[in-house]
Design a protein. Structure first.
Length: 322
């Protein structure tokens, strides 16, 4: 990966796939002004060695996990690798990051019932060795709609054209999945762009049946699609978490304003000593400084911002980083 470089078209393709991971090559060629053959070849160049990964992740809301939690904790220096690995391997964690500047580890997890939430908070979390100074924030509202993000490499028109094909709305309501639906989700967890032939083989059904059941899962928002790549390959070398205090009456407006920014990968309202958390990337420190001063700091309802650099991402959107 160190020897791999991406040009402008490569980066536009990756960012387009972050908006709509299952967009057809024909549609993507129309939006980006390139041939289908070129698009397919460029994507294969990145997916074949595992640099670019596209996966389908079962919605934690649909699966009955009703309480999303953001956890910050300090970790003993020598135990950081093992703690990060243990957290990342948990089925209920979506994000696991190593931070610099104050507390060391941040992760996002989902709890189901009140009983399972309390068991995690009062039994499992205190039982994780080497974690101290633990702070837990309940995520009240996610403004970023499952990290749909275009990284600044798409025009507003291209982003809007791609975004129109992505299901939107409130979090899904859960139900029991059938055996065939679980089989489809298992295939999509390995390859988010799996074709209907492969999906049909997984459930011993025709392509048309697989397509119908797949589209049902998408319409119910039982599955979300995520495109993962090292941000440095897109030209972004600074990534931070922002812990923001906002006047309560303006929380919704500020959250939506931040989530609309191309540099913002994630923004959510939370409980706790701050009430808004965001993940922000920038090309370099000067661009990050401009964002903090002109964008985040330019919102008059923002009272305070704490900035913690992300130095290593272990898991993102439920996907383990290789």
């Amino acid at each position: 990966m160190d020897r791999l470089s991406l040009d402008g078209l490569d980066r536009a393709i990756v960012c387009a796939l972050q908006v709509d991971a299952r967009v057809t090559w024909g549609r993507l060629a129309d939006v980006l002004g390139a041939s289908e053959r070129t698009i397919a070849r460029r994507v294969h160049r990145l997916t074949a060695p595992g640099v670019l990964r596209i996966v389908g992740v079962a919605s934690p809301y649909f699966a009955g996990y009703a309480t999303p939690l953001i956890v910050r904790a300090r970790c003993a220096a020598g135990a950081v690798p093992s703690v990060l690995g243990n957290l990342a391997r948990r089925n209920d964690t979506l994000w696991v990051d190593l931070l610099v500047g104050g507390l060391d580890i941040c992760f996002v997890t989902f709890a189901g019932s009140r009983e399972s939430r309390n068991a995690f908070l009062f039994k499992e979390l205190p039982g994780i060795d080497h974690l101290t100074d633990v702070s837990v924030y309940t995520m009240l509202h996610n403004f970023s709609d499952a990290e749909i993000w275009h990284g600044g490499h798409l025009t507003a028109g291209q982003y809007a054209a791609l975004r129109a094909g992505v299901p939107q709305g409130e979090p899904p309501h859960g139900r029991d999945l059938t055996a065939d639906e679980r089989a489809l989700l298992s295939v999509l967890a390995r390859d988010g762009r799996a074709g209907y032939g492969e999906l049909g083989s997984a459930i011993h059904a025709s392509e048309s049946t697989a397509r119908r059941r797949f589209l049902g899962l998408v319409e119910e928002r039982a599955v979300g699609f995520h495109t993962e790549i090292e941000l440095s390959l897109l030209g972004f070398h600074a990534e931070v978490m922002l812990w923001i205090s906002v006047r309560p009456a303006a929380l919704d407006r500020v959250g939506r304003a931040l989530a609309a920014q191309p540099n913002v990968r994630f923004a959510a309202a939370t409980t706790g000593p701050v009430n808004l958390v965001a993940s922000v990337c920038a090309r370099d420190l000067p661009e990050l400084y401009d964002f903090l001063v002109d964008v985040a700091g330019g919102l008059p309802e923002v009272d305070r911002i704490e900035t913690t650099p992300i130095v290593r991402t272990v898991k993102r959107s439920g996907v383990l980083r290789r």
